[in-house]
Design a protein around this ligand. Sequence first.
Ligand code: COA
Length: 333
Amino acid sequence: MRRTGIVAGIGSAVPARTVTNHQLAERMDTSDQWIRSRTGIAERRVIEPGTSTSDLAVEAGLRALRSAGTDRVDAVVLATATPDHQVPATAPAVAARLDLPGVPAYDVSAVCTGFLYGLSSGLGLIAQEAADTVLVIGADAFTTIIDPTDRNTAPIFGDGAGAVVLRAGAPDEPGAVAAMELGSDGRLAELIIVPAGGSRQRSSGVPAAPGDHFMLMQGREVFKHAVVRMTDSARSVLARAGWPLDSVDLLVGHQANARILHSVAEQLGLPPERAFLNLDRYGNTAAGSIPLALHEAAATGVLKPGDRVLTAAFGAGTTWGAACLTWPDVSAG
Ligand code: COA
């Protein structure tokens, strides 16, 4: 039988500091009512000065390892668009802090679809027999690349991380990914972009303008593409897995906007209550979003062993993807 990766543990981590919509409204022209009604977000978590993505990644990783009942894995994949440094990648530092020096460790950059790309990479390592166990972490500190006074972006993003441990197993075991799809369209790169800091701007000889290190987003366009791509990918993985729509117990989509997730559920024909939401408390945590939501759904009993879970994401790039799996009997703390 084909060898694949099975979800064997899950964990997450968020910073302690909370910033409410009311606090944001003190520094920009917005309101709690506007943010809640347009996004579903009430508050988000923000890292403390001097801390970074790797701190969240290590904490989420440790919890996932504990959940899997192990302290060893053969590889670490870190999905992030907010690495600690441009060079080197953040994953080796995370692996070292998890007392895993020597294992292959690398970053995957697909922004809000990052966790699904990282998961796919981890599954590939197992399928190729390059690893028997892989820690896949999604972690981002988007508040470090957001203008704290920009009402287009600051209300939406927060910091957070989640992680899963994959172990080698068989495709018919609970926890095996039944189907996965990934996609990208770089023609839409300008929809969400940090203009400065990369080789394009650095080689131009033109110093970055103030604010160019912050993220720009065309929110309305992103919204439209997100609904279409997440819905199409979700349909496609269900078809490939041979799962009828009404067999899906929970949609754990990328937590970008409650209206996006409800639109995806509606387009698919799923009742809105099957779309899991925790963005009210965390906002959009980018690569952290899906594993953070899966962990919370499992820890609170909303997602139970044996449930069929569908996940889908859309992000800068643009990138998108979906995956479906039967939830395994793992300890979610
Ligand atoms: N507070 C108050 N008013 C705001 C506001 C804010 N934070 N942001 C925008 N507005 C105003 C706009 O200026 C506009 O005013 P106008 O009608 O007078 O011109 C009005 O609200 C509507 O703006 P619009 O941009 O059309 O709002 P929207 O309903 O599309 O919501 C987003 C904006 C950003 C919440 C929404 O487009 C979105 O969530 N997009 C997807 C973002 C996303 O998911 N990004 C990550 C992808 S991984």
